[in-house]
Design a protein around this ligand. Structure first.
Ligand code: UDP
Length: 237
């Protein structure tokens, strides 16, 4: 089993839906506070943490053919900004220092992303949120996760998911589905396992960015993952 204790700088990706808990929409404070407590523990242990959050709890792509894709995507990106503002505030409440960056100006709400500034803050123990995706339509928060992780030279991407790892088939459909402890990104690609979207997978492959996948609903899974009690899938490069 891979020892993850050596990871010093990580990018944690949370899906929007994961923040909504049972409700599937909006925010579930209890869920977010549990995440906050865990992130605080790993930050206190000296891990530098950057965060990307999806937007699925507010907006999921185009709602009808009458809507232009670029406009729907802009709303999706703004949904991720709302998520980051909310979660960063919960993190501050839990005792962490935070900063929210966007790739476009949002007035005084956020700061324009700069790699140097983000890395300086990470080194100072500030949890940095990368909101607004890549700033471009036709991309996803998966792509933003890969891009920012590569830019800030993270040691790995931590993907906290509704499912607890990578399986050879969908466990909801196939009760005999087998979870991988470890798998290469090449295999993820050739077996079309869909861990992250294709654009993000290729970026991780080209830039040798490993991924750690685990279930967010599992008790204390972020802390356990970082302290070596890892129960998910390690995607190697
Ligand atoms: N989005 C975009 N460009 C980006 C990132 C996100 O256009 O670089 C939009 C896209 O419409 C997407 C939405 O934001 O559907 C929310 O992101 P995502 O679906 O990845 O959220 P998640 O499923 O992880 O909650």
């Amino acid at each position: 089993m891979k020892d993850l204790k050596g990871l010093k700088r990580v990018l944690l990706k949370l899906s929007g839906e994961a923040l909504a808990g049972e409700k599937k929409t909006g925010f579930d404070e209890e869920t977010v506070l549990k995440v906050a407590e865990q992130v605080k523990q790993i930050v206190d242990d000296g891990v530098q943490v950057a965060i990307v959050i999806g937007g699925g709890n507010f907006w999921r792509g185009r709602t009808s053919e009458n809507m232009e894709r670029t406009k729907a995507d802009q709303i999706g990106m703004l949904a991720t900004v709302m998520n980051c503002i909310y979660v960063s505030d919960m993190f501050r409440h839990a005792g962490m220092k935070t900063k929210v960056y966007t790739p476009f100006t949002c007035g005084a709400f956020t700061e324009l992303f700069s790699k140097d500034d983000a890395v300086n803050n990470l080194e100072d123990g500030v949890v940095t949120f990368f909101a607004g995706g890549t700033g471009h339509p036709y991309f996803s928060t998966d792509t933003a996760t890969a891009l920012r992780a590569i830019e800030i030279e993270a040691d790995a991407i931590l993907l906290a998911k509704a499912i607890d790892g990578v399986y050879d088939s969908d466990p909801k459909v196939n009760p005999d589905a087998v979870k991988y402890d470890e798998i290469s990104l090449d295999e993820v690609l050739s077996k079309k396992l869909g861990v992250i979207d294709l654009t993000a997978t290729i970026m991780c492959l080209e830039n040798k960015m490993p991924l750690v996948i685990f279930g967010l609903e599992e008790e204390n899974s972020i802390v356990n993952t970082m302290s070596g009690k890892f129960n998910g899938t390690y995607v190697t490069v």
